[in-house]
Design a protein around this ligand. Structure first.
Ligand code: ARG
Ligand code: ASP
Length: 706
């Protein structure tokens, strides 16, 4: 009994402990964990995952467009990612005549592939711990400012040296709040062409209704191809470019997956904060998330009420609405998960024990209370910052006014447009998808909330004066939307004809609003917000180091920061509520069950119904249906979308695209019971390419293993 108690006590000391399958590991250090991977079923070596001496998996993975992941699936530079990651490219090629979002797009030969101006992908060439070099000539008697200068100078030197005479670019990233620095060397390719995408009714099937949810049936994929110059080097788009010959591409397993199988997700997660203080977590779950959710609910309800009434408006606001809804839904799951797990209480308890441990360790004594008081100081600024993002910048007309202003230059006292052609494109783009009625209705509710919830000292004088002049937010909105030249397209675009002086623009109420809020933000919010945050970061550096000593039996992994990471685990279902168990795979049957021509999110293409009726699933079928999605307990985050899901033999079995709602707090705390990533089964991808799109020439390029 005594011994048992001791074990319990010891195991509690190390909270937050590392749970099974938690962690986003650095590829170059995966050799330290390879035994664990192999214990869980992986058959290959650490060198197969990451190597600088031979082609390895990392050479088949790209950071796609800066925010997603993609992987190479043929020796001709074919890459696959999510539909929602390719969305902007697909949209940019779409018009009323060729609506690729609605109907899908399939090149039937290479000449038909579509180039994309603003899309690039980058491969990780290598990574390296450069902490010593980055901190060279630093000593801990120096101030933070001096430290920063030294880091910047050393980093610039390292980057210059490693990229000299190459086509590479490089960054140095801080890990563990500045306790470690890593160099990442990349090769970026700029000619990336759209090859294929299913219609949104497949690629976004279930829409926002099913987003962040299981059971899921979204065919969330799109296909691109990397082009290079004749020497296989990165080049801007040119007709003479040729398909890129990768060092490595994934072969695809069509054998199928089952519960318990080993899975690995290899990609670029964006941002996680697993080592936050209880105070910071309670700010997120008790204050920030509820307010942000409420502000977005107001926008979503307004958008929805207009979208329901008018088909054209529905199309216009589809993408904006999806973006607003995505984080809105995630935050709700996150707040729920933090409560359910009792994260705040558990962290408080951990901090209390850390404090006791730190009592006779001068380096760490006081770090918790220091952080605590800084968070108290930070809170009003964080709150104002949140409102600036969610209630000010989210007003389309205000942000648009700021964009237009950024194209106005002062030339000898006259205000002129600096780059007319670009501004024209931007303005066209804005008006294409702009409804003043929606924006005005949102403006009224968002600014109403701003007035109510934000301290008077953070409200610009201009705004307060207008509110009293017009008797409230509604009166002010009437005035602004009736008088701003930017509200209507014809009036707005007319500024492009002005070649003499645009100074009157500065009297435009939308511009005045933009300037008033920018001014108060940059004078009264940002400086303190930044200053306190800098102090917090400094203390976290110490707290993080302390945690590593205090919980010396725990294996730490650095928070995600958009660098390449490995998560591994297994295919498994979960139990979201009492008496409910979710199986880990979904099938075509579920799509047919959900299919409903009257519900936008569930209206599948007619051709899909026919393909289903014929029951001719070919090699992609399994047990009389086609597998669509599956769940696993890999630790992923935003940015992991499009990541390869890899089996024990290193073959591609799926494409990661989402997480389940009950587990979205994994960015703050991972719960092995509830945290599941959602992947698209590669067999569904092949089924769509083959049976739905008849684009078999793409499958012929791939290496399929049965
Ligand atoms: N939830 C996924 C992610 O965070 C998919 C988002 C795209 N889909 C959508 N319905 N908005 O990115
Ligand atoms: N859907 C996310 C993405 O776009 C992935 C996630 O948050 O799990 O990266």
């Amino acid at each position: 009994m005594r011994k048992f108690l001791l074990i319990v006590a010891l195991s509690m000391v190390s909270f937050p402990t590392l749970h099974a399958d938690e962690g986003m590991w650095l590829p170059s250090l995966i050799k330290e964990r390879i035994q664990d991977l192999r214990k869980k079923g992986f058959r290959l070596s650490a060198e197969d995952i990451y190597s600088i001496n031979k082609a390895s998996m990392k050479d088949a993975i790209v950071h796609f467009g800066g925010g997603c992941t993609g992987e190479v699936i043929s020796d001709k530079g074919l890459i696959i990612t999510n539909h929602h990651c390719g969305f902007e490219s697909i949209q940019s090629h779409s018009s009323v005549e060729h609506d690729y979002l609605r109907d899908g797009f399939w090149a039937m030969k290479m000449e038909e592939e579509l180039p994309n101006d603003n899309l690039s992908v980058k491969f990780l060439v290598r990574m390296e711990d450069v902490t010593g070099k980055v901190l060279k000539s630093y000593n801990n008697k120096m101030t933070e400012e001096e430290r920063k200068m030294i880091i910047a100078r050393n980093s610039a030197g390292i980057i210059k040296e490693v990229t000299k005479g190459t086509t590479y670019d490089a960054t140095i990233e801080s890990l563990y709040y500045g306790n470690q620095y890593f160099l990442f060397v990349y090769e970026t390719f700029y000619d990336v062409r759209l090859v294929g995408a299913p219609p949104s009714s497949i690629g976004k099937f279930g829409g926002d209704t099913d987003n962040w949810m299981w059971p899921r049936h979204t065919g969330d994929f799109s296909i691109f191809r990397i082009y290079a110059d004749k020497d296989n080097k990165p080049a801007k788009y040119s007709e003479s470019n040729v398909p890129y010959k990768p060092k490595k591409h994934f072969s695809i397993s069509t054998k199928g997956v089952k519960e318990g199988d080993f899975t690995m997700v290899y990609g670029f997660p964006g941002r996680t904060q697993e080592y936050l203080m209880s105070k910071a977590v309670s700010y997120i779950s008790d204050i920030s998330n509820p307010h942000k959710i409420r502000l977005r609910t107001l926008r979503l309800e307004t958008q929805k009420s207009y979208m329901e009434k008018d088909q054209a408006v529905r199309i216009m606001y589809a993408s904006k609405n999806a973006n607003v809804a995505n984080a809105w839904k995630k935050w709700q799951g996150e707040a729920g998960g933090i409560k359910r797990l009792g994260i705040i209480e558990r962290k408080r308890d951990y901090e209390r024990r850390f404090n006791i441990w730190a009592e006779n360790r001068p380096e760490y004594r006081g770090v918790i209370s220091g952080l605590d008081s800084l968070y108290v100081l930070l809170e009003p600024y964080s709150f104002a910052n949140d409102y600036n993002n969610e209630a000010i910048k989210s007003n389309e007309i205000i942000t648009f006014a700021g964009t237009v202003l950024s194209y106005i230059k002062n030339e000898d006292g006259k205000f002129l447009i600096s780059n007319r052609d670009t501004l024209r494109v931007i303005m066209e783009d804005f008006y294409k998808d702009y409804s003043p009625a929606i924006d005005k209705a949102c403006f009224i509710s968002l600014l109403g909330e701003y007035r109510k919830n934000i301290e008077a000292k953070f409200q610009p004088g201009y705004f307060k004066a207008k509110i009293s002049e017009f008797g409230g937010t509604e009166g002010f909105a009437d005035y602004l939307f009736n008088n701003s030249i930017l509200v209507s397209k014809s009036a707005g675009m007319s500024i492009l004809e002005n070649t003499t002086d645009l100074s009157s623009l500065f009297k435009d109420p939308a511009v005045e609003m933009f300037l008033a809020f920018t001014d108060i933000y940059s004078k009264s919010i940002k400086p303190e917000y930044t200053r306190i945050n800098n102090e917090i970061t400094l203390l976290y550096r110490i707290y993080m180091k302390g945690q590593m000593e205090f919980s010396s039996d725990r294996t730490f992994y650095p928070d995600a920061n958009s660098t390449l990471r490995i998560a591994y685990g297994k295919i498994c279902g979960y139990s979201p509520a009492d008496a409910v168990y979710y199986k880990p795979s979904s099938t075509l049957e579920g799509i047919i069950e959900k299919d409903n021509p009257l519900i936008y999110d569930y209206n599948i293409p007619q051709k899909m119904r026919e393909v289903y009726k014929n029951q001719d699933f070919g090699p992609w079928g399994s047990n009389g249906s086609v597998p669509v999605c599956f769940l696993a307990d890999n630790h992923t985050s935003g940015g992991n979308s499009g990541s390869p899901v890899i089996n024990k033999k290193g073959e591609l079995i799926g494409i990661n695209f989402d997480r389940v709602w009950e587990g979205t707090m994994s960015d703050v705390a991972f719960d092995p019971e509830m945290c599941r990533n959602i992947s698209l089964d590669i067999r569904y991808v092949l089924f769509i390419i083959d049976r739905y799109a008849n684009a078999n020439w793409l499958i012929e390029e791939m290496d399929l293993n049965k």
